[in-house]
Design a protein around this ligand. Structure first.
Ligand SMILES: *Cc1c(COP(=O)(O)O)cnc(C)c1O
Length: 408
């Protein structure tokens, strides 16, 4: 095998200069943005772009209600509030996810309680959820990490048994389907993000989808300073935020939605090429496919390197991949170890006179040491580039001794 680029060898992606760029500017994008600019209707209270986008997006996911808003973090905050979650309630979240999933409960005065993940899928483990339910539990937030749907049948059953609300964090899973149904339609409400790295993006942005019209009404009011649909401009019946998206974002997201199916086809095809090239490679572990996942959202390409992880070489492996031109990531630090979440939870529990919930999440700690992932744009190249990525991964994973020498 050739020398690692980190050791002066030739980078596998030298010819391409790295991964494909994201986001992509495509025909029609400029016209869409200029159309908004020239119309003078820059806010959604005047124009129709956001209104049309949220309708089209809800239809895409198969939901009756869609509300576009500023970002995915505040989408979870709004969803929690629309579900009636507030001061002193407990919300069960996975520790292996983006911080917003656990920060959002704290931002509404609720306590995030961590349920460990399944190390095979990186997704929240239903049995772990059962083990942390208390009389104060009000909601659970399964995260469809990397575009892979969580075990929604079981989560819905647990929720029914304990009268809990289910908020799906679909930030990484636009277009993902579980048993044929779009994610976000399986729980009470589903939240999305259109931040720069996501598979559909307007730089920033978010959405909440739901199937009940009363949920839609509550969400509308929450993001529109307490106004109600059909009500007067100064008729603020509820306490709400202004979380409205701009028309520029709405127009761009309509274009992004238009391109999403085609982009997903490319990501899917390339992910299958990587699976074929990498499954069974010594030292590398890919999760088993899930037959319930009828359409993968393909946001992250997750890989575990258990031996490199055990030897403390995962970070060096990611550096080596970067040197090959593959902008891989070392992934999340588990949130039950995050200082801000811990301090926030401790302060809240203290002010409520509640006991601090214990977090026992050994699997999240394990996978956080031995996981590396590729971002979605790694799946947007042609066959040749995808094969070069696979070569880079094989080269790095097969170079434990070299990585060890570099780390020392
Ligand atoms: C990106 C992301 C969010 C937050 O979305 P923002 O738009 O960045 O606020 C929430 N949850 C998950 C799992 C994410 O990946």
């Amino acid at each position: 095998m050739s020398a690692l680029a980190l050791n002066g060898g030739e980078a596998e992606l030298a010819r391409w200069g790295g991964l494909p760029h994201w986001p992509r500017v495509r025909e029609g994008d400029e016209e869409a943005l200029l159309g908004v600019l020239r119309s003078g209707n820059w806010g959604s209270t005047a124009g129709d772009q956001v209104a049309r986008f949220q309708q089209e997006f809800a239809a895409y996911q198969g939901a009756d209600e869609g509300i576009a808003l500023v970002n995915g973090t505040l989408a979870i905050v709004a969803a929690l509030r629309a579900c009636g979650v507030g001061l002193g309630d407990e919300v069960i979240v996975p520790p292996y996810t983006f911080i917003a999933t656990a920060a959002a409960p704290l931002l509404v005065g609720a306590v995030p309680v961590f349920a460990d993940v399944d190390p095979d899928s990186h997704l929240m483990d239903p049995e772990a959820v059962r083990s942390v339910i208390t009389p104060r539990t009000r909601a659970i937030i399964p995260v469809h990490l990397g575009g892979r749907a969580a075990d929604m049948d079981t989560f819905r059953q647990i929720a029914a048994e304990h009268d809990l609300r289910v908020i799906e964090d679909c930030a990484q899973a636009v277009g993902a389907r579980y048993k044929g149904a779009g994610v976000g339609t399986l729980g009470d409400v589903g939240t999305f993000s259109f931040q720069s790295s996501k598979n559909m993006s307007a730089g920033e942005g978010g959405a909440v989808v739901a199937n009940s019209s009363s949920m839609g009404e509550r969400l509308y009011s929450l993001i529109n300073v307490g106004r109600v649909r059909g009500g007067g401009w100064y008729e603020h019946r509820n306490l709400g935020y202004n979380l409205r998206m701009t028309e520029f974002q709405g127009a761009l997201l309509r274009r992004q939605l238009h391109h999403h199916p085609g982009d997903q086809e490319v990501r899917e095809r390339n992910a299958l090429i990587l699976d074929e090239e990498l499954r069974g490679v010594d030292g590398l572990y890919l999760s088993a496919p899930d037959p319930n996942l009828t359409s993968h959202g393909r946001h992250l390409y997750l890989m575990r390197v258990p031996e490199l992880g055990r030897k403390g070489l995962r970070d060096t492996a990611v550096d080596a991949l970067k040197a090959e031109g593959v902008e891989a990531s070392t992934g999340y630090v588990p949130l039950h170890r995050n200082r801000a979440i811990l301090d926030g939870t401790r302060a809240l529990a203290k002010s409520l006179g509640q006991e601090l919930p214990a977090s026992h999440c050994p699997m999240a700690e394990l996978v956080s040491r031995d996981t590396m992932w590729l971002p979605q744009q790694a799946l947007l190249g042609d066959d040749e580039l995808t094969h070069a990525i696979a070569r880079a991964v094989r080269k790095v994973v097969g170079a434990a001794a070299e990585l060890d020498a570099i780390a020392k």
